[in-house]
Design a protein around this ligand. Structure first.
Ligand code: NAD
Ligand code: DAU
Length: 357
């Protein structure tokens, strides 16, 4: 691993990964290809802009000429592919961009890697190259009260987002089986932490609760997610890159199942303690509103992360109690960041999504 192409490095997980990777791997050079959609933000990496091992390129993963040039110019031997449309609610509102980026974009990257590593390259480059595709537990569908997703759970995606991620996973597997491309896939549960865009549950609730706005909880609030602190996910990706077996899938999870309502209440209580109650004197739990459910809302996700622990020795290091405090503190200390990303287009989105709910 010398010359890494990170896609989507200006998003939530990508920007955390770029920082962790440059800190922990002094030998690497890293190129970040990001289109800077509404979810991508250069400010997420302002602190490493001057690092000589880092280059930012604004562009679309679906631009075959650009991607091909980058593989050649930068002698890319490792791809860590985060770039995607990532929000389920937006995929219900308008799926087309999910098909373009998540499926066609991934296909374009796979083709570029195939040509660079298998057609025009020496044998040694083929052996050391890696294409790591970052995917989600949502491809496995929805669980009942019991059971866990393993790497062999059949795919059963149920939203346009998860279907597009499932399609991209299948393409990645197909390139391994058919062409021998050295691929790896990680399927991870819900991340949380710094730089999380406030359209997703945790940062949206922190932002609204700080500003005394209603806290929309879909349905009965009893849907379950398995929350993982983002830095733990980044460490898992590094472990898979370094020691993962080519062609394999690794599930990554937090061993931390919570109902949505538990998450919302925990954030309210933390903010009351850190920022004082609302100006009215009421606790922030008074802002909770149960609203119309998400169509096709998956009931429960939970990961069995036994394989990555047994093979690579990875397990989560940050407990939820610690991670949620670190996250809330980060948002309290980065009010300008939140204001910047929630201005303009975010307001239109919010009105569309929650206005009539
Ligand atoms: P995000 O929405 O915060 O960031 C996505 C990034 O990709 C942005 O910087 C955006 O500008 C960029 N991008 C989008 N379309 C692009 C294109 N066509 N070309 C180049 N760049 C483009 O997403 P995230 O939450 O950081 O998720 C990153 C990846 O991890 C995604 O593939 C997602 O499916 C997966 N994942 C996310 C979670 C989670 O909880 N957030 C969990 C498991 C897996
Ligand atoms: O499981 C991994 C997935 O986690 C990733 O692949 C996705 O990219 C990521 O967005 C996330 O998907 P979810 O749909 O689980 O995350 P979200 O934060 O949108 O919602 C979490 C839960 O909270 C879900 O049950 C829906 C609910 N919710 C969400 C929002 C935004 C609410 O109740 N109210 C809300 O306003």
């Amino acid at each position: 691993m010398n010359n890494i192409l990170v896609t989507g490095g200006c998003g939530f997980i990508g920007s955390n990964f770029v920082r962790v990777c440059l800190e922990r791997c002094p030998e690497v050079r890293l190129v970040n290809l990001d289109k800077l959609t509404y979810a991508g933000n250069l400010a997420n990496l302002a602190d490493i802009e001057g690092d000589r091992r880092y280059r930012f390129v604004r562009g679309d993963i679906g631009d075959a000429a650009l991607v091909g040039d980058l593989f050649r110019e930068e002698r890319i031997d490792t791809v860590v592919h985060f770039a995607a449309e990532s929000h389920v609610d937006r995929s219900i509102d308008g799926p087309a961009e999910f098909i373009r980026t998540n499926i066609v974009g991934t296909f374009t990257l796979l083709e570029a890697a195939r040509h660079a590593w298998l057609t025009n390259s020496s044998l040694s480059a083929q052996h050391s190259a890696r294409f790591l595709h970052v995917s989600t537990d949502e491809v496995y569908g929805s669980l009942g009260e019991t059971g866990l997703f393993t790497e062999t759970t059949p795919y059963d995606p149920r939203s346009p987002y998860s279907a597009s991620k499932a399609a991209s996973d299948h393409l990645v597997s197909a390139y391994h089986h058919t062409y021998g491309l050295p691929t790896l896939i990680t399927n991870c549960s819900n991340n949380y932490g710094p730089y999380h865009f406030p359209e997703k549950l945790i940062p949206l609730v922190i932002n609204n609760a700080l500003n005394g706005r209603e806290l929309p909880v879909y349905g009965d609030g009893r849907n379950v997610r398995d929350w993982l602190f983002v830095e733990d996910h980044c460490r898992a990706i590094l472990a898979v890159l370094r020691q993962g077996r080519v062609g394999e899938t690794y599930n990554v999870g937090g061993n931390n199942e919570k109902q949505n309502i538990e998450i919302v209440e925990a954030i309210c209580d933390l903010l009351d303690a850190k920022a004082g109650p609302l100006p009215s004197g009421e606790p922030r739990r008074s802002l909770i509103r149960f609203v119309k459910d998400r169509p096709g809302h998956d009931r429960r996700y939970a990961i069995d992360a036994g394989k990555i622990k047994a093979e690579l020795g990875w397990e989560p290091a940050v407990t939820f109690a610690e991670g949620i405090v670190r996250t809330v503190d980060w948002y309290l200390q980065h009010r300008e960041w939140v204001e910047q990303v929630t201005s303009g287009a975010y307001r239109d989105y919010y009105e569309r999504q929650y206005g009539g709910r």
